[in-house]
Design a binder for this molecule. Sequence first.
Ligand code: CO
Ligand code: CO
Length: 298
Amino acid sequence: MPPGDDAGVIRLDSKRGLVETVDIITPLVNDPYMFGKIATVNSLSDIYAMGGTPLSALSIVGYPACDYDIEVVRLMIKGALDMLSEARVALLGGHCFEDTEIKFGLSVTGFIENDKILRYNTPQAGDLLVITKPIGTGILTTALKGQRLKDEDLNEAVKSMTTLNKEASRVAVEGGASACTDITGFGLLGHAVKMVSESRVDYVIEASGIPVFKGVKELAEKGIVPEGAYKNLEFYKDRVKFGAMVEEVMQLVLFDPQTSGGLLVSINREGLRHFDENGVSYWIIGRVVEGNGFVRVG
Ligand code: CO
Ligand code: CO
């Protein structure tokens, strides 16, 4: 597996392989139960991004023993167990260690069929480009930390971050998607660049078609943008061509680091029928054309 893949695969036989990943995050919402859910969905996401089926998980908990009530950890684990049961994943155990701040995540193991692995770097010219969740969670949670938003202002984003990519992954596999990844720390455009940079295609993205959570653009206009968005923009900008109409603020929104983001899928129109038939939400944000590994945003 190339290092850019979402998870590692070990081939077991001619049909199946094991797929493994690990992810740990720090709290981004105030409710420990919801944080447990988000961290869990986030940890499972890389398995789904590969087209795999998660089977078992081990929890990893860091917590400052002196400052925190153990109830916080209990609620976090409860959130994790609720999401794992929805995903039909068994929690086999875990490890707890003392840390300066709360950290939570899972190492996850799943099965994958060798001929159904979704690669991130094989998008096909002629496909449509689709995302399955709106973006802007980095900006919203930054605003929450800076007390510019109240907990309830994040309800829509929390609902999205606690939605498994399970169904989206299943229909992407069924629909014969040519490439797929999940949108996380590099932001929508960072992950888009990773997908095209090793291939002979370009992504042509229509900024106005990209779903963004309510209030995100307004916050970005006020300068409430996580440092990661600036870093992503700086790191990937050589591979992105912005049209004159794409404002600087929108460029940052498109590079906003996501937690538990949706899938970014290259798939043909026929394949998208599987999304429609199964009621999986998606937004067509652009198309894949022959090219040289650039992302063009208009
Ligand atoms: Co990933
Ligand atoms: Co990850």
